[in-house]
Design a protein around this ligand. Structure first.
Ligand SMILES: *Cc1c(COP(=O)(O)O)cnc(C)c1O
Length: 418
């Protein structure tokens, strides 16, 4: 029993008060997109009235490292938090891109500057801290690459053991990270969805704690911390629009949950518009929001981190988007690659394709004149470009090597540089 928070099923609304391991709603049964029985994802609901009576609003906002901030996280001790720097990533403001004046405020929240170079560290850190407080030594996860390399990283820093299931085809940098951090890696000859199901069977069989996204409710609680930072980075104002890359729909639900907590605490009185950006080759989440019957189109995008057939957090993400009048758009792989090049060249931030997709979504909005003058627009850059070098090879060309003399240099580069 805990009086700090309880869980509420996103789908059936049933509530649970538990300080034990919980995953999906034990009670609810419905059939999913593929016709199999599934259970709802749990949302963590705090005793907001009590928190409001205990802390001032400024106290709540002075970032983690601070006891009051802990009151809106499901852990109880700062000592369980990893020593690495999780979150508190920089946000950069750009008034122009290259020579182009934007006419609106563009903010890039650079979450590639997390310990394992992706946004996923926010979730891994919280799951790991909770495990530490509850005497759990081994954490298991299925991943397209980033969640796995993140969990491996955070567990290494906390003296915990991790077991990571990944599609064998994941980008080599992500696989290398997992191995370097000393995790047990289980490459699966199959896709992410298959690795996901296998990891759940393995965690049941061995009794390991499972970090799977849209399965373990705490990942959302870790991810929501970005919203608290955005709010404080913008001097306690909400942005007009936040572009978020979407695969399973957990990051976007985390962003919503963070702002919803602020709403419940009376710190903000309206929600920002959140724009879900999916790859056109993997858009089962946005494609099905308005549909009665869920249809699945197999994913084909090269943006591996947002390539999913069955968006695991569909119901929660869709209900947030509907409830708070969110928007959505899709971008082609070609647009993602072009956005990736333009982002690197005009801002110095090299993002992985999934993250560049959010930037591509912003560019699309700009092209369609959907961004009003003077508005504040945030793009969530969720992962580093160094994690997937292969995808961008078609956009670059390495010149042939020259002889180390000035004449060779001048004959080849002279005309371009003079
Ligand atoms: C996981 C991930 C996403 C998508 O998050 P979902 O919760 O699956 O929607 C986007 N970008 C990067 C870099 C990721 O690792």
């Amino acid at each position: 029993m805990t009086d700090k928070f309880h869980y509420e099923c996103n789908d059936c609304g049933k509530e649970y008060n538990s300080d034990k391991v919980m995953y999906l709603c034990p009670a609810c049964e419905r059939t999913n997109q593929a016709g199999q029985p599934v259970k709802g994802v749990l949302k963590t609901v705090y005793n907001y009235a009590k928190i409001r009576s205990q802390f001032t609003l400024t106290e709540l906002f002075s970032q983690l490292k601070n006891e009051s901030y802990l009151s809106i996280l499901p852990i109880s001790n700062l000592k369980s938090w990893p020593k690495l720097r999780i979150g508190n990533t920089p946000m950069f403001r750009f008034g122009n891109l290259g020579h182009e004046e934007l006419g609106f405020e563009l903010y890039l929240k650079d979450d590639s500057q997390n310990p394992s170079f992706s946004f996923k560290d926010r979730a891994s850190a919280l799951v790991s801290a909770w495990a530490l407080e509850n005497g759990i030594e081994t954490i298991i996860a299925a991943s397209t690459g980033n969640a796995g390399s993140s969990l491996a990283c955070i567990c290494a820093s906390q003296g915990q053991r991790s077991v990571i299931f990944v599609p064998a085809s994941a980008p080599i940098a992500k696989l290398t990270q997992i191995l370097m951090y000393g995790a047990t890696i289980v490459p699966v000859d199959g896709n992410y969805d298959q690795a996901f199901n296998l990891s759940i069977k393995a965690s049941e069989m061995y009794g390991f704690y499972n970090r799977n996204t849209a399965y373990n409710p705490l990942t959302i609680e870790g991810k929501k911390t970005v919203s608290f930072e955005l709010f404080s980075d913008l001097n306690q104002q909400i942005p007009d629009r936040i572009f978020v890359p979407v695969g399973d729909g957990v990051i976007i639900s985390g962003v919503y949950k963070g702002f919803e907590d602020l709403l419940e605490l009376g710190i903000i009185d309206e929600m920002p518009v959140i724009v879900a950006v999916q790859a056109k080759g993997s858009c089962n989440l946005v494609n099905n929001i308005a549909k009665e019957v869920f249809t699945i189109t197999p994913s084909t995008t090269m943006a591996d981190s947002i390539s999913v057939d069955i968006p695991r957090n569909f119901h929660m993400a869709a209900s947030f988007l509907k409830k708070y009048r969110g928007e959505w758009t899709t971008v082609t792989d070609e647009e993602i690659l072009m956005a990736s090049v333009s982002l690197s060249r005009s801002t110095g931030i090299f993002a992985e394709p999934a993250a560049a997709a959010a930037f591509a979504g912003m560019l699309k909005y700009q092209e369609l004149n959907k961004i009003t003058q003077g508005s504040k627009n945030v793009v969530l850059l969720t992962g580093s470009g160094l994690k997937d070098l292969r995808s961008v090879q078609p956009c670059i060309q390495m010149p042939v090597a020259i002889k180390p003399d000035i004449d060779s240099f001048d004959s080849i580069f002279g005309s371009e540089l003079r």
